[in-house]
Design a protein around this ligand. Sequence first.
Ligand code: 6PG
Length: 249
Amino acid sequence: MADHVIEVLDDAAAVARRGKDIFVEVVQAAHARNREVHIALAGGSSPKALYRLLAAQPGAVDWARVHLFVSDDRVVPMSDDRSNSGMVRQELLSADGTQKAHWHPVNADESADPDSVAREYEELIRREVPHDDTGLPAFDLIMLGMGSDRHTASLFPGKPALDEEDRLVVASPPGVLPPPVERVTFTFPLINSARTVLALTTGADKAEAFADVREQLGQQPSKTHVPAARVRPRSGKVIWVVDRAAAGS
Ligand code: 6PG
């Protein structure tokens, strides 16, 4: 099985619709096998429209059997505008129906020690998410975005978090991108244990970065300097859903 698929759609609205359909398919497939489903959501602007679509038709999914996490976040309280967990709560979990989901946010005071926040989140994941036969927690779905600097989650080019081999969640100090705040992030051992990764990216400002990712995906997985191209699930697949602007077409 190929470990990656690239889908190029007309625009950001089409990307959100397709992302929503993939989310629903993953949940329904797990439920058809009578399993609870474990999903890590992404921050950033690209998934927001997808969350709104899900919230608008909550009956598509049995939310009481869905466990939600975030694949990276800033070390701030959920009430802070910079919080990915806060964004998910507002855009997805404020609807009747979606509120039934089991919700595992990052919710920390800005003065909290980022390493402790990361360790606690990792422990929670190890406890809550079923393990695969290598002993690692395997999410049914991890959602990610990509920055124009080619970062994904909070795995920034040239930073130590990128090469982490043991820890599943680590602290990631502020990068060059705003806002300058401490973050915690899933690492590649956890991301690449997922059954499916859904990576969304839109807009012409991502075109150069996505061209690099596409080129690297055609090669053997390696420790490339392009963080987003290291998303190569070991026994699942990554689905890149991008618009024409990001695909440069
Ligand atoms: C975050 C994520 C980051 C994001 C990308 C893409 O900002 O919380 O850490 O990885 O997914 O920067 O962001 P956009 O979807 O806003 O382009």
